[in-house]
Design a protein around this ligand. Structure first.
Ligand SMILES: [Zn+2]
Length: 463
């Protein structure tokens, strides 16, 4: 066979394998076989100099761009009207019903009873793809809805996004690029650069001129809307089916419901479910299913009247770090604890957060006075993820203590932690050891609390 033909064949084959691997999550071949096919393609391209722009070898990243180009969306990308309470949802449903009834009074073709499709509201970066003649010709950020930035090279590193689709007409397809939480963990284990949260990590990856960095973050993307098309869909459901059929990734969760009660029931389910999935979501989008009703209801200049975003309470909060206190543990480990501007965390007031050690402070670039991100982690003291702005003014460096804040001993730098070597008379160490000695697993002295031990030590000089 002609080598060029073989290259075309291999590209087609790899695209099909990618589709099964990344989109369907049903690999057709082992990783080893995949690498073999990929290597053959690369070798043939080298031999012949015939390298197609859409070749998988060209889209794994590596290109460094000078700057971002502006991209004008064909259809303005609207945002979502938001609701945060069930009452606001009810008001929205009432308004939709009113508009529908009004239309039905004045027209012979009646709109059906309202049905809604519920989908996750993804917490990443919105991307708008343009396909023409079946090829991915552009990818851009949402920007202000009219003009975004072109990020085609970055988006081509997302392997679940097909370069080629069956449909040949001009399409704009909107979705959300995300960094899976498992990828965030993996990345932070393998790299010096620590990513604070999955949303910033995804946005930062796509707005990075070095596409090698974009590729390293293993982003994924889910699609949910077709702003520009000449296709005649009868419903949201049909549109989602179409996207799936074209090889684009749509999230498996989308649920058809009929009234407020069903919506609320689903919201309760999702509020729990979203803690178990591998991507960040901050709510649910509820859309009227019927396309004709969508058209009748239309849009304001900001958002469609036929859809609404219900936002859950945030899992991550920002607050200010007021100071750092150093605690001394049983074995003399000196660990930092952050004192925060108190913040309401789903009912509880939080004023302390964990910082593991001094290296953690340096790595997260945390300073006194810094605005920081904290994350709720199942009822334990929240964790500091990082600072909001590394260049925030008026902040002060957190000093590494050289003397024990309790006994004044010169501290020793261990492998990871700072240590107070005074195990004989450093009070917090004695207290912690005494507590350990009397605890259930040791002497098991019932009713002897930490407070009582402290008092005994203080008043009777017990040691
Ligand atoms: Zn000490």
């Amino acid at each position: 066979m002609d080598k060029r033909e073989r290259i075309d064949k291999l590209i087609e084959k790899i695209e099909n394998l990618n589709y099964h691997y990344y989109t369907l999550d049903e690999p057709l071949v082992s990783d080893g076989e995949y690498d073999q096919i990929y290597d053959e393609l690369r070798q043939l391209e080298e031999e012949t100099g015939y390298v197609r722009d859409d070749s998988p070898t060209q889209i794994v990243g590596g290109e460094i761009l000078d700057k971002f180009e502006k991209h004008f969306h064909i259809t303005k990308l609207l945002s979502q009207n938001k609701a945060q309470t069930h009452e606001e949802l009810e008001a929205w449903i009432d308004r939709c019903n009113r508009l529908r009834d009004e239309y039905n009074r004045n027209h012979d073709d009646k709109l059906a009873e309202l049905e809604y499709i519920m989908e996750y509201k993804f917490d990443g970066l919105t991307v708008n793809l343009t396909y023409n003649n079946g090829l991915l010709v552009n990818a851009a950020t949402r920007g202000n809805g009219t003009v975004g930035e072109e990020i085609s090279a970055q988006v081509r590193t997302i392997r679940s996004i097909p370069n080629k689709i069956k449909e040949e007409s001009l399409l704009e397809i909107q979705g959300e690029a995300l960094m899976p939480l498992s990828e965030l963990t993996r990345y932070n284990e393998e790299n010096e650069l620590q990513l604070k949260n999955a949303r910033n990590a995804a946005a930062g990856a796509l707005r990075n001129l070095d596409t090698k960095e974009t590729a390293k973050r293993n982003l994924t993307a889910y699609f949910y809307a077709i702003p520009t098309n000449d296709l005649d869909f009868s419903s949201e459901e049909e549109m989602l089916e179409f996207l799936k059929d074209q090889g684009l990734l749509i999230h498996p969760y989308h649920k058809k419901v009929h009234n407020l009660q069903e919506i609320i029931k689903e919201l309760d389910f999702i509020e729990e479910e979203r803690k178990r999935i591998d991507i960040l979501t901050d709510g649910v989008v509820i859309k009227i299913n019927d396309k004709q009703t969508q058209e009748v209801l239309g849009s304001t200049n900001k958002f469609p009247r036929w859809s609404i975003a219900y936002k859950f309470e945030a899992e991550e909060y920002t607050t200010t770090l007021k100071e750092v206190v150093w605690n001394v543990g049983r074995s003399g480990k000196v660990t930092p604890s952050a004192i925060l501007d108190p913040v309401e965390f789903s009912g509880a007031t939080v004023s302390r957060a964990t910082l593991n050690n001094y290296d953690d402070i340096i790595r997260k670039k945390v300073r006194i006075g810094s605005k920081i991100f904290i994350r709720r982690s199942n009822d334990v003291i929240p964790e500091i993820l990082g600072v909001v702005d590394e260049n925030q003014e008026g902040t002060k460096e957190i000093e590494k203590p050289s003397k024990c804040p309790y006994c004044g001993s010169e501290l020793i730098q261990g492998n990871v932690h700072i240590i107070c070597p005074n195990s004989i008379s450093c009070k917090p160490q004695l207290l912690a050891r005494m507590e350990h000695f009397t605890s259930r697993n040791a002497m098991d002295i019932e009713g002897l609390s930490e407070k009582t031990i402290a008092q005994l030590m203080e008043e009777l000089d017990i040691n």
